[in-house]
Design a protein around this ligand. Structure first.
Ligand code: PAF
Length: 286
């Protein structure tokens, strides 16, 4: 497995794969791998001849008061995990290599970036769209795999690729959960035992909504009220948003149908912000 830091070297590596007729799948990550990341790599290996994992904690997608400095990192552990997968190369640039002096360009997906997480994280999605564009230009993948846990991010990247005619196929990979239902996330490393218990408010809330919808409840007002009471019954859990949205446009809906997604962001103990999502009517899409 090659570990490449320099964007030019990465580009040359990818061109060589293309010259040999090999397809390349990119799995963009910020490291601190868990089973969710490994599932993206495994999916990539089923889709292309070569998997490239990018590992870059992108500073431009963190707001001034967010967790950039404490974002969990462990390069050696990550390399040990990734070596067990069918990964041909890891692209791990430094911030200076990605954003050299004089850097000033930004990619922004104007409308989708303002919903949901965009409300409390106003710079986040421009940072994501910009770095993902750069990663696509450096690696030139045929396919890129993203986790469905970041539902809004995936919608934004699909929009961006269409709007900018970027020749890459975007594949979404389902959420991987802990046995008790908690969606896997690098940020789960921040949770102490009490907060870990409160973190279950998201997945159990989603399950309660699905149960009520399966019994016939279609009113978002009713479901949202039940969900809010459920999440706030967990000590330390405070809703950032709990939105019933159309799975394609991300716009709010008033009545549940087969394309309705529940998107959740919850602050735990004021310290950790977790997200989760899922189609409300199981068997419809999710
Ligand atoms: O989902 C992530 O880990 C990041 O937002 C991404 C796509 C790697 C861009 O930095």
């Amino acid at each position: 497995m090659d570990i490449i830091k320099d964007p030019q070297e990465m580009h040359t590596w990818s061109r060589e794969q293309a010259r040999q007729g090999k397809t390349v799948c990119l799995v963009p990550t910020m490291g601190f791998f868990h089973e969710g990341h490994l599932s993206l790599m495994r999916r990539g290996a089923t889709l292309c001849d070569r998997v490239v994992v990018s590992l870059f904690v992108n500073p431009t997608q963190f707001g001034p008061n967010e967790d950039l400095s404490r974002y969990p990192r462990d390069f050696e552990r990550d390399m040990a995990l990734v070596r067990q997968e069918k990964v041909a190369a890891v692209f791990a640039p430094t911030p200076e290599l990605m954003y050299p002096p004089g850097y000033q360009t930004e990619v922004r997906v104007k409308v989708l970036s303002t919903y949901l997480c965009g409300k409390s994280r106003p710079v986040h999605f421009a940072g994501v769209a910009t770095v993902v564009t750069k990663l696509f230009n450096v690696v030139r993948p045929d396919v890129a795999v993203f986790g469905e846990k970041d539902f809004q991010q995936l919608a934004i990247i699909r929009r961006m690729v269409t709007d900018l005619n970027i020749p890459v196929r975007i594949v979404g990979q389902p959420i991987v959960r802990e046995p008790d239902g908690l969606a896997m996330s690098s940020r789960n490393a921040y949770l102490d035992p009490a907060n870990r218990a409160a973190a279950l408010s998201l997945s159990t809330g989603l399950a309660k909504v699905r149960e009520a919808a399966a019994k016939g409840e279609r009113s978002v007002a009713m479901l949202a009220d039940m969900l809010e009471r459920h999440i706030h019954s967990f000590a330390g859990a405070r809703i950032d948003y709990a939105s019933f949205i159309d799975g394609d446009t991300l716009e709010s809906v008033a009545t549940v149908d087969t394309n309705t997604v529940l998107a959740l962001a919850v602050h735990i103990d004021g310290k950790v912000r977790l997200i989760d999502n899922g189609y409300v009517l199981l068997g419809s899409r999710g």
